[in-house]
Design a protein around this ligand. Sequence first.
Ligand SMILES: Cc1cc2nc3c(=O)[nH]c(=O)nc-3n(C[C@H](O)[C@H](O)[C@H](O)COP(=O)(O)O)c2cc1C
Ligand SMILES: Nc1ncnc2c1ncn2[C@@H]1O[C@H](COP(=O)(O)OP(=O)(O)O)[C@@H](O)[C@H]1O
Length: 322
Amino acid sequence: MRRWRGLAATPADLGRTVVTVGMYDGVHRGHQQLIGTAVARARAMHRPCVLVTFDPHPTEVVRPGSHPAILTSLDRKAELVAGLGVDAMCVIPFTPDFSRLTPEEFAHGVLVEDLHAAAVVVGENFTYGHRAAGDVTTLAQEGRRFGFAVEGIPLAGDDSADGAVTISSTYIRACVAAGDMESAARALGRPHRVDGVVVRGDRRGRELGYPTANVESPPFTAIPADGVYAGALVTRAPDGSTRDSAPAAISVGTNPTFHGSRRTVEAYVLDFAGDLYGEHVGVEFVSRLRPMTSFAGVDALVAAMADDVARTRTVLGLPPAG
Ligand SMILES: Cc1cc2nc3c(=O)[nH]c(=O)nc-3n(C[C@H](O)[C@H](O)[C@H](O)COP(=O)(O)O)c2cc1C
Ligand SMILES: Nc1ncnc2c1ncn2[C@@H]1O[C@H](COP(=O)(O)OP(=O)(O)O)[C@@H](O)[C@H]1O
């Protein structure tokens, strides 16, 4: 997949394109349907499918200080959309100036002049331009004027949840913030993952018998509620692709037993011994086991960790330790 930042860097040899526009944070099941439709239209028209997204999140520019938790980094988003067949990802720096483009300026300047759109595929609730004044109806009008087709796709739902919900990034952020990783996974179509780099901690884990990879993630990463989770540690190659995935018991919180103050994400990898410092990893959260607890002493904590590891094996369907 080709990828560039800023409309000025758009390759000159794209020809006419099929464009889909959105934040696509999470690349959840609704996004997957929408992107799948855009890719299918592009294939049928023998055009490249270009996904246009924004960085930083527009909310932060429109209402500073209100940055939402981010479900997928740009690199992870690129990996996921490439897997859906998207040919190119264009990241538009979302600046105050860009936020002031009128709907018509966006349609004509960005979609027609920069990206040569022959067709545009968006969700039926898509809005664009200054104060989100443009919607699918205005986009269809611009399309008739400037010569591109417009398709507004109905939003996907999750009927298996208590009462059907419309799948959205906001809904998934709420699931993650509450530690409901099963609902998050149903909406995402895969477990939620926190990406980051393994850094040094207090070097206490190995003394307890449970060394933990402390994973430092970028600001605004959507980190699940404090607690202990069953999941996996995914190691990544330098190009970002997945190298390996191993079962893990994961701790999120300030380690209150030791009166810590920094909130950390730490993964104890089952049946593993080795050096993970500096590795680019992803922590995948499958199920919440219990809250973060302030134990009276180290022995009680170690006993709880042994139980967490046993329950992790059960949750993940692994045989008990031999
Ligand atoms: C499965 C698991 C469960 C944990 N549960 C708790 C807990 O309930 N309370 C707590 O204070 N710390 C908990 N921790 C975090 C440990 O306190 C932490 O891993 C240990 O202090 C090592 O820290 P270090 O990696 O910075 O050396 C847990 C860690 C793991 C891996
Ligand atoms: N099973 C394992 N799970 C996680 N990390 C492990 C494991 N075995 C060895 N390690 C290594 O040990 C480090 C964690 O040891 P620990 O004593 O908790 O130190 P720190 O406080 O620096 O995290 C990890 O970053 C990793 O390099």
